[in-house]
Design a protein around this ligand. Sequence first.
Ligand code: SF4
Length: 368
Amino acid sequence: MHNAIRKDKFEISELRGLPSGYYILRKQGSYLQSRGLLETLTITDIPLHAESSSLTFFHPEAMKFFECGDIAFVSPKGVLRVVLSKLANHNTLLVTERCDNLCLFCSQPPKDNDDSWLLSQAAMAAIEFDSNESLGISGGEPLIYGQSFIKFLDTLIDYKCDKSLHILSNGRKFSDTKFTLELAKRRKDIDLTFGIPLYSSVPHIHDMLVGSIGAFRDTMQGLINAGNAGIKIELRIIPTKENIDTLSQTVELVSRSISNVVQFSIMNMEATGWARKNWKQLYIDPIKYAEELEKSVLVAHSAGLPAFLFNYPLCHIKAELEPLALKSISDWKNFYPEECSDCSKKYQCSGFFTSSKGIFHEAPRRIV
Ligand code: SF4
C-alpha cells in the first residue's frame, strides 16, 4: 500500500471525562462481539442528540480508519489513538512508558510516572483484539515491573490467547536469573520472542548510547541468561557514528557467546523522538559503512544465523544485501520522494520514513 496514510489519532474533546486507558471500538450500527473485559466506545459520524448513550462519540471521519473490534487508547487529554487494528500490517501494544535506559535515539522518550496499571489493561486489550497475528509488545521497558509482566503473560495464557508475542526489551531485567527462569517457564504455553538491542561489544559505547552506566553489563548478563533459559532472542543493532566501528565485532560477540539468537536485525535510525535532537551526533549515511555492514552480515551467516536489514532504502545499500533488506516501514509511515517515481525497485523498497522529511532526509540514489 504505497504512500497510504492511515490516520490513527483523533481528538474528541468529549472523551476528556473518561478514564485514560484501552477501549474496544465499535462503529455505530454495527454488531460487536466481545468478552466484556474492556469498555466499548461507539463512534458515529452523525452529530449526536442530547439523549445519545454516554459512551457514543461523534467524529466526522474516524470511522473510515478503524474496524469494529479494534482497540484504542484514550489519553487524559481526550485523544483517541487506534492502537490495534485489523487494517494495520503490524500491531504493537504499549505496556508502560517507564524505562531504565535513556537511549540517545529513543523513538518514544520514557516518562517516570507509575503506570503499572497499564499492564493489566494491556492484557485485556490483547485478549479482546480479535486477530491471530503476532503482537508486538513495547514500552518504555516492558519488563520494568518484573513480576507484573509475568502476571501479564499468565493472564493471556489463562484466557487461551494464542497470539505469539514479540517483546521489545533492553534485556536488563534478565540479569536476574530467578526472574528469567520464572518467565521462561511460560514458553510452553505462549510463543515468545524478545527483541533485545546490544549496540556495541565495547561496554562504554553501549552505555553511552543507552544513557546508562552499567547497562552493558546487565544486558550481556541478561542475554546470556535468557539464551540459556531457551528464550528466543532477536538481536537488534542501530548503526551510528559512535558504534559503527564495532558493528561486525558486536555481531561476532553475540554469535559466539549467546544461545538461542534467532536473528540479527540491523536497523537504520528513524528520525523520531530523541533521535531528532541527536541526529548530527549519531546519524551516519549507510554508504559510509557499506563494507562494515556487509562484513557484519557475513559474520552472522558464518555462525549460521540470519541477518536482516530494516528501514534501508535499497539505493543506500550494496546490491548484494538487497535480498536482506525487508520492506519494514509500516504502510502509513513511509514516503517516496519524487526521485523514486520511476525507480525500478520501488515496489520492493520501503522508501523513507515520513518522519525523515526535511533536514533528516538523505536523498535517494535512484536505481533505473
Ligand atoms: S530511489 Fe526510492 S524506491 Fe528506488 S531504491 Fe531508492 S528509495 Fe527505494
